[in-house]
Design a binder for this molecule. Structure first.
Ligand code: C5P
Length: 316
């Protein structure tokens, strides 16, 4: 008897970078980074329907050029030699080209959910490898919460869950191309001497200690992209200034931009600041790793076998 369709509706949350240092260009063409990723409450929704059996088929809506949902699904079909039909419908809420990792999170959502629906297991090492092949931010979304990242952004060190922080996210509708932003930044970068790597690693680790002890305080490191991206789009600099004037304890651009976020003392303070921005700003809060994983377990509950991470299929 043919197996009926298995459905899940999952959320692919966005991230912000709590500081981002770019050291130098590496032999593989990527840049050596130091950053801290943080998942936030804004997210896309992905509705997945997988029917086992038949020839491999992937249907994704809406049609997006170079769609990371499709590329992630193809990678999972290939790795698991799946025979089945996947339908994926994406509702986009995370602005594209905002430095919020929307596309990467969509890809990670497929990597986490599809094996569960298909009744297969992809070892964590394989998930991370496929994720890194799709994009530098994808592996982080296989983990969620707060994590330090090194290398090209794929070497992850989970940090303990802190208390919920409330923020205002301003997405000005400017699409910043990540490769272009790296290129602009590259002109001012130092060489990749190993003493530089070790010293910067040391400084990064100490800074992380500060971040963990006083999460309300401004991060000790800034986002290196701000100088070059603010030069290209001066409006972004004035958004940052306004957020600080409104009482944000710190404000920063995320990734290579163009979205900016300000962290405030309370939810009420965020609501008060939001009123002045209209549609341009969204109230968000941080999502810890335990909340991130709980969200996944809830979404996949009918198809899962116990609360383990990454989610495990009961059909496996
Ligand atoms: O890996 P991802 O697809 O996000 O990278 C997009 C582009 O951003 C890369 O092709 C590269 O130009 C740049 N990049 C980089 N160093 C990184 C991450 C991204 O130079 N660590």
């Amino acid at each position: 008897m043919p197996v009926s369709a298995r459905r899940a509706r999952v959320r692919a949350l966005a991230k912000v970078n709590l500081g981002l240092k770019v050291l130098h260009k590496r032999p593989d063409g990527f840049h050596e980074l130091r950053t801290v990723f943080q998942t936030i409450s804004l997210g896309d929704t992905l509705e997945l329907e997988y029917t086992p059996g038949g020839r491999p088929r992937i249907e994704a809506t809406p049609e997006i050029p170079n769609n990371l949902v499709v590329r992630a699904a193809e990678a999972v079909f290939e790795a698991l030699r799946l025979r089945g039909h996947l339908k994926a419908a994406l509702t986009k809420r995370v602005p594209m080209g905002g430095g919020l990792g929307g596309g990467s999170s969509d890809a990670a959502a497929v990597l986490l959910a599809l094996p569960v629906l298909a009744g297969k297991v992809l070892p964590v090492s394989r998930l991370l490898e496929i994720g890194a092949g799709l994009g530098s931010d994808v592996p982080f979304f296989l983990l969620g919460g707060t994590a330090a990242a090194l290398g090209r952004g794929t070497e992850l060190y989970p940090l303990p869950d802190g208390r919920r922080q409330h923020g205002l996210l301003v997405a000005p509708g400017v699409h910043v191309s990540t490769p272009e932003a790296y290129k602009a930044l590259g002109r001012g970068l130092t060489s990749g001497a190993s003493s530089n790597i070790i010293n910067s690693f040391q400084a990064f680790v100490w800074d992380l200690g500060g971040l963990q002890n006083c999460p309300q305080k401004p991060p000790v490191f800034e986002n290196d992209f701000e100088s070059v991206v603010f030069d290209l789009y001066p409006r972004l600099k004035s958004i940052k200034r306004t957020l600080l004037k409104q009482g944000a304890s710190y404000a920063m651009m995320s990734g290579s931009g163009s979205a900016l976020f300000g962290v405030f003392e309370s939810r009420d303070a965020v609501q008060a600041a939001r009123a002045k921005w209209g549609e341009a700003a969204l109230a968000v809060h941080t999502v810890s790793r335990s909340q991130y994983q709980a969200l996944w377990w809830r979404s996949l509950a009918p198809h899962m076998d116990g609360k383990v991470w990454p989610p495990r299929s009961r059909y496996a």
